[in-house]
Design a binder for this molecule. Structure first.
Ligand SMILES: Nc1ncnc2c1ncn2[C@@H]1O[C@H](COP(=O)(O)OP(=O)(O)O)[C@@H](O)[C@H]1O
Ligand SMILES: [Mg+2]
Length: 251
């Protein structure tokens, strides 16, 4: 039973069919990679899923809930969190204060009935646990803007996790990272698969094949193939697309 699915999703920009009747499903606990050459429609699809863009047709389901008409913040409340290529980190605040804001925003009902002091302690505990979760335990007092790029991305992941997502959208989390930072991010994403399903857009094919349980290949707005990593890797149409776009730095 899939945790998340989209059916017949369509997005037009004028005459361009950027999302062409896309079906896609993500199972619980699955890391699902979305790949395809530049201009294939990956970012458009993620924007439709997160609610930044409105679809022209089709439906989006999270569990048994139809979230097609929800606003983006309502989708976060329903269990869909997104990490941004441009991070939402408050650069002048400490790592801990960034996490406290995120935890407070999503505290919901769990702490509502506690006395203020216990409530504060509960929030601090959650913020500390999140820093630990993404490898920033020793950086909690650092001003976020002074963190290395990889650590800022890890903080962005922690901010998304504060919403306790059932599906986490990651749009190129390894962008701009060197090999060490990439390896740490791959390990972090790998460690999250038991907490949340993940839809991962990524150009780094080594990372994709290391992490993905299933891969969907988009080409010109359409799904070319959706299958296991081995099925996708061995598919001649996929190889043709990738060999054809290599010269432009596609993929
Ligand atoms: N806001 C927009 N207005 C018009 N065309 C757009 C817009 N956003 C994306 N496109 C077009 O839609 C297609 C898919 O783009 P995009 O989703 O960014 O692809 P990808 O992320 O796979 O590189 C491209 O042809 C792009 O030029
Ligand atoms: Mg893109």
């Amino acid at each position: 039973m899939s945790l998340f699915r989209i059916e017949g999703l369509v997005k037009r920009f004028g005459g361009l069919l950027a999302t062409d009747h896309v079906d896609l499903s993500v199972a619980s606990g699955e890391v699902h990679a979305l790949i395809g050459p530049n201009g294939a429609g990956k970012t458009t699809l993620v924007n439709l899923i997160s609610g930044l863009l409105e679809a022209d047709a089709g439906r989006i389901w999270l569990g048994d809930r139809d979230i097609t008409s929800l606003e983006d913040h309502q989708r976060v409340g329903a269990g869909l969190s997104r990490c941004f290529q441009v991070t939402r980190v408050f650069a002048n605040d400490s790592v801990h204060d960034n996490l406290m804001l995120a935890v407070q925003a999503h505290a919901g009902s769990s702490l509502r009935f506690l006395a203020p002091r216990s409530r504060e302690a509960g929030l601090v505990e959650q913020a500390v646990a999140l820093a630990d979760r993404v490898g920033l335990a020793d950086e909690r007092d650092r001003i976020a803007g002074t963190l290395a790029h990889g650590a800022q991305r890890a903080l962005d992941v922690a901010l998304a996790l504060a919403a306790r997502p059932r599906l986490l959208l990651l749009d190129e989390p390894m962008a701009g990272m060197g090999p060490d930072e990439s390896a740490r991010m791959v390990a972090l994403i790998d460690s999250l698969r038991h907490e949340t399903a993940i839809l991962l857009i990524e150009h780094d094919m080594d990372a994709v094949f290391r992490l993905a349980d299933r891969i969907t290949v988009l080409v010109q707005g359409k799904v070319l193939i959706s299958g296991s990593a081995d099925e996708v890797r061995g598919n001649p149409d996929v190889q043709a697309v990738y060999l054809g776009t290599e010269a432009e730095g596609g993929v």
